[in-house]
Design a protein around this ligand. Structure first.
Ligand code: EPU
Length: 343
């Protein structure tokens, strides 16, 4: 049975380091017994009346000072190679595993596929929710199946990759299943043989700098870690949630028109005809790189990262979010959408 706690401090459980307290909180460290706990909590009228929220690594969240909810923190462990055949190597990760440690474990097993996703904060269970991605790879490329428990019924649910409705930083888990599902494990299908993905400019340059011509998965992981450490703020030192805004997708005609007014605008044409714009570039050009508003602001080395310089609360993050989005809209006519979830 999972123990319930009252009035729990979550300031150390969110990478922004925002002050936040939850009225009810429980750690879930195994899928076994979860159904029983859920049934018991549903019978409790006070708990049943509250929203139930799932907490992973807390790296994609803006937490308010007070959360009137039952917060369930997923700490389910598990790392296992299930099978290996011509169609790939199937690997299981527990929902509560730290993402980066899990990736490094797969590399230590001489497996490949996840190396470009090294050092992304968060957990294995959270990885499909926003379809984490970096340096030319998205986790949807490697996911075989997502296993979860429906919080309302306590029943297990299995989502094959095709049922997850993955797209850029998005999935079904952010929509009709939001706050209704605990992802207990993810089954990955990794390639049988290594296919390096080094097309992303930063990786090519980093490998050249280190003199690597035929990179192994570990070389790519090392390159990715070096790039991330040089550009992105370390949450242990400065509170942040990675990229704060999504790179906006706009129609090709709009992007072409923008390019006539701003020839240096960074664009990535997509397979579906839309064009992705580099939000970091837009934010920098709008004057926000390294700029602060009170205790929060945009990071000086990557304008897409909103950082807590110390002492910020949710309202300070939201003030910067709105100011940046307004300035980008006024200058470029582009609407930015925040990536982190706001409880
Ligand atoms: N740029 C600027 N100024 C900035 C930041 C970026 O001009 O301050 C320009 C860069 O020069 C480059 C372009 O914007 O031409 C893209 O920058 P970068 O390669 O740093 O990547 P990004 O688009 O800003 C995305 C992801 C990151 C991921 C990197 C690498 C999103 C929202 N972000 O950032 O993911 O690590 O690509 O693949 O898609 C995250 O989601 O939390 C995250 C860190």
């Amino acid at each position: 049975m999972n123990a319930l706690a009252n009035d729990v401090d979550l300031s150390a459980s969110n990478t922004f380091g925002l002050p936040s307290r939850a009225s009810f909180f429980a750690r879930i460290d195994a899928a076994a017994g979860l159904g029983e706990s859920l049934a018991l909590w549903r019978q409790n009228t006070e708990l049943a009346a509250l929203p139930w929220r799932i907490l992973g690594g807390g790296s994609n969240l803006v937490l308010p000072r007070r959360i009137e909810a039952l917060v369930l923190k997923v700490e389910i462990p598990g790392r296992e190679i299930l099978s290996s055949g011509d169609d790939g190597v199937f690997v299981r990760g527990g929902g509560g595993e730290t993402w980066h440690d899990f990736v490094q474990w797969t590399l230590a097993q001489a497996l490949s596929g996840l190396e470009n996703l090294s050092l992304i904060p968060g957990t294995v269970g959270a990885s499909p929710i926003q379809n984490i991605g970096a340096y030319g790879v998205e986790v949807m490329d490697l996911i075989h199946q997502v296993r979860a428990v429906d919080l309302r019924s306590g029943e297990p649910r299995v989502f094959p990759r095709e049922a997850c409705q993955f797209s850029y930083r998005d999935s079904i888990f952010k929509h009709q299943w939001a706050d209704r599902l605990m992802i207990t494990e993810v089954i990955f299908r990794l390639p049988k043989s290594f296919r390096p993905n080094i097309g992303y400019g930063d990786i090519t340059r980093q490998l050249e700098t280190s003199g690597v011509t035929k990179p192994s998965p570990l070389d790519i992981a090392a390159a990715v870690m070096a790039i991330r450490r040089s550009k992105l703020p370390d949450p242990a030192q400065i509170g942040n949630a990675g990229s704060f805004f999504k790179n906006p997708l706009v129609p090709a005609e709009f992007a072409a028109e923008l390019k006539t007014r701003f020839p240096a605008v960074v664009t990535y044409p997509q397979a579906d005809g839309l064009v992705k714009l580099a939000a970091g570039w837009l934010i920098e050009q709008a004057g926000w790189k390294g700029r602060r508003l009170g205790p929060a602001g945009m990071f000086e080395r990557q304008a897409l990262c909103l950082v807590n310089h110390g002492g910020a609360a949710a309202e300070d993050i939201i003030a910067v979010r709105d100011a940046v989005a307004n300035d980008v809209l006024a200058k470029f006519g582009v609407r930015l959408e925040a990536e982190p979830v706001h409880w």
